[in-house]
Design a protein around this ligand. Structure first.
Ligand code: F6P
Length: 363
């Protein structure tokens, strides 16, 4: 019966009831985050009509953000929604957002709490103009004991320290996917009652898969182990893998990770030589870490190619890292290729796919 369904609010309360050391403030914080995601879902679904509740669609001021990317109005709206919905409740000591260069200080009018919230308010925002899926990614950390005014250094915790991580995806349906460190659960927004409702309990990534996602236009900048992996996938039944692979690229990390949680596969934005000042494209604190926690909790793996993402010691809040995540066996294979390459043990790099017979002909 519909009234017996588990809403996200009920799920969180019951989870905390079972916890050895319940954290009521975490329950309130997660409730505020889900409210923010509902508001962003409404804003995203209104597209060009823009601001919820205001059909006059006032202009939203945008700028080039700290990443050097041109903000979209919805980036700014989503950021304001996350801040406005999560700052007042007394659970947070501070926030870090993709859209803000410095950590956001909780205004003095509000009490400060024991958690830090790190988020990307609107991931994949280049997809907005073309009406493709976008999402919100968040990570909850503990504020170090005794700190009430956290500085940059207090946010720089490894992914293993995350208390909770999740994302909302705004696609044909809005969903919120959450881990509190014991499994991954997916909730679909029921528009009739305005509640995220448990539809995907205990999400588990299939250990093997034959689907990969990577922006192939960067191929010439990749390292040899990545080229080797992709070449072998593309060779399909004609190559060493002996099986045909499928490829997808949505250009929205949230959508790619969501697909992998549902049907497996490998997603990567590997290290490349396009801009030597950037060791990767994706951001550690609010993209790689929360997604790595979710993927590992769902039985998958997440690596830079040379180390577990969750064990990286962050040096900067907007740090970029290489990301390879998804079905365990595929991630492990690519990690092995990196190790073989670094040790000089891999087969000489040769590929029929990048020569005259290639789809990706280089000459
Ligand atoms: O970091 C933002 C992001 O939009 C990710 O969500 C996505 O995976 C990637 O960048 C897309 O990159 P590209 O523009 O190279 O396709």
């Amino acid at each position: 019966m519909p009234y017996r369904r588990t809403t996200l609010s009920k799920f969180i309360i019951e989870d905390q009831r079972r916890a050895a050391a319940p954290e009521p403030e975490l329950t309130s914080l997660l409730n505020d985050i889900q409210t923010a995601c509902k508001l962003i879902a409404v804003a995203a679904s209104r597209g060009g009509i823009a601001v919820p509740g205001d059909t006059r669609a006032p202009a939203v001021e945008t700028a080039v953000n700290v990443q050097g990317e041109q903000q979209k109005p919805l980036d700014v709206i989503a950021n304001d929604i996350m801040i406005g919905t999560c700052e007042w409740g007394g659970q947070l000591a501070g926030m870090v957002s993709e859209e803000m260069e410095q950590p956001y200080e909780i205004p003095a009018v509000y009490p400060r709490g024991r958690y830090l919230l790190v988020f990307d308010p609107l991931d994949g925002s280049s997809n907005i103009d073309v009406n493709m899926p976008v999402g919100t990614i968040f990570s909850v950390l503990r504020c170090p004991e005794g700190v009430t005014a956290p500085g940059l250094e207090h946010f720089l915790q490894p992914g293993t320290a995350q208390v909770a991580a999740g994302y909302a995806i705004y696609g044909p349906t809005a969903m919120l996917v959450l881990t509190l460190g014991a499994g991954v659960h997916g909730f679909t927004l029921d528009p009739e009652i305005g509640a995220f409702t448990l539809t995907h309990p205990d999400m588990a990534i299939p250990p093997d898969s034959h689907e990969f996602a990577v922006n192939v236009s960067n191929e010439r900048f990749w390292e040899p182990p990545v080229r080797r992996y992709v070449d072998e996938c593309v060779e399909g039944t004609a190559g060493v893998r002996g099986v045909d692979f499928n490829m997808r690229w949505i250009a929205s990390m949230v959508a790619e990770v969501h697909r992998i949680l549902v049907r497996g596969g490998l997603f990567m934005y590997p290290r490349d030589a396009k801009d030597p000042s950037k060791p990767g494209r994706l951001r550690l604190m609010y993209e790689a870490n929360p997604m790595a926690m979710i993927v590992e909790q769902a039985g998958g793996a997440a690596s830079t190619g040379r180390g577990r993402i969750l064990e990286l010691a962050p040096a900067e809040i907007h740090q970029r890292v290489p990301v390879i995540l998804g079905s365990r066996s595929e991630v492990e294979r690519l990690v092995r290729y990196h190790a073989e390459y670094d040790a000089g043990e891999d087969a000489p790099f040769k590929t029929p796919l990048f020569n005259a017979r290639s789809l990706f002909r280089t000459a």
